[in-house]
Design a protein around this ligand. Structure first.
Ligand code: ADP
Length: 323
């Protein structure tokens, strides 16, 4: 779902890399905290995924799209398929809650009828069904963050990236947001959260990836805890993609994740990328377009193009990795 293969990033003029040979694989539906001190490389890591920055070397794949082959004109479409929420919410102040969410759909050409069906459902998902006609200035910080999450989720992304989502919130409100992210994760959305909130990280016991000086110095698959210097059991010496994969991963997952010669493949509306050329079974986790939210959000026509390939995919027998 998310793969960084030996990614290094130097900003112009910097002597030290902001990211230094990062190898990381995040499975579909995982919930991952990305932690590190200020300057550790968290923002740069996220910019690799949103394609705000390109790696100096190495390869980034998100939702099956190999960024190496991404054309400039595809980038806005890619970003629309990644939900991103920020510490400072980034809402439109002169639009109501309903309009903020609707706008995210309007700009990708969703019909008015679909917008009228979808917006109330995502507002219900985030617990703001009765706040549709309010302006952001009339809401609390926690409610604003819920609007930002609703806006990101309206397009039903497979991946939601939350960059310090609780950074401006008090502890109780922060927990409400984290619970909401967990709920969204339970619907099947992959979640990546950067945070400095030690309490939340330690209590959630999810996967925790720790960055230090641009390197991954810790990666705990579960029961992760906040240990920025990775001095304890969090510490890892050498990080490879295979090592970053959860133990439930199959041999096939690793083969798929590490195969660096393939090109991607997805067709959606006006976004067409290169066919992989492999069998359909290679593609089944690579659909960044299909709706993945069961439950409160309506399905849409998005993703139909890739559905057939998924249906044709032969199931790969699950095998545990012997380490
Ligand atoms: P974090 O988000 O963990 O605070 P960043 O990814 O922002 O870390 O920064 C990692 C390193 O890259 C830091 O040394 C920072 O100074 C440097 N850096 C970040 N953005 C830029 C930039 N646009 N130009 C030059 N150096 C940068």
């Amino acid at each position: 779902m998310i793969l960084l293969d030996n990614v290094t990033k130097y900003y112009p003029g910097d002597k030290a890399p902001a990211l230094d040979q990062i190898n990381l694989y995040i499975e579909p539906k995982e919930f991952v905290f990305l932690v590190g001190k200020s300057g550790a490389g968290k923002s740069t890591f996220i910019k690799m995924l949103t394609r705000e920055e390109k790696p100096t070397s190495g390869k980034v794949m998100v939702g099956g799209i190999d960024y190496t082959y991404l054309r400039r004109r595809h980038i806005p479409h890619l970003r629309r398929r990644l939900g991103v929420v920020f510490q400072d919410f980034k809402l439109l102040p002169n639009r109501t809650v309903y309009e903020n969410v609707a706008f995210a759909l309007e700009i990708v050409g969703v019909s008015n009828a679909e917008i009228r069906r979808t917006v109330p459902k995502v507002l219900e998902l985030v617990g703001l069904a009765d706040k549709g006609d309010r302006f952001p200035s009339e809401l609390s910080g926690g409610q604003r963050q819920r609007v930002a999450i609703a806006r990101s989720m309206a397009r039903q992304p497979k991946i939601l990236i939350a960059d310090e989502p609780t950074g401006n919130l008090d502890p109780e409100t922060s927990w409400g947001i984290v619970r909401l992210l967990e709920e969204i994760n339970n619907f099947g959305t992959t979640i990546l959260v950067t945070t400095h909130d030690e309490n939340i990280v330690n209590q959630l016991k999810r996967r925790v990836v720790t960055l230090k000086d641009g390197k991954i110095v810790g990666d705990q698959k579960s029961y992760g805890h906040y240990d920025l210097d990775a001095t304890g059991r969090n510490r890892i010496i050498k990080h490879t993609i295979a090592a970053s994969m959860p133990v439930e991963s199959t041999v096939e997952d690793i083969r798929r994740a590490t195969n660096s010669s393939r090109r991607i493949i997805t067709k959606h509306n006006d976004v067409t990328m290169e066919p992989l050329g492999g069998p359909a079974s290679m593609h089944k986790d690579m659909d960044v377009t299909s709706p993945n939210i069961k439950g409160p959000v309506v399905s849409s026509s998005v993703g139909q193009n890739t559905k057939k390939a998924s249906q044709e995919a032969k199931p790969v027998p699950k095998r545990r990795i012997v380490r």
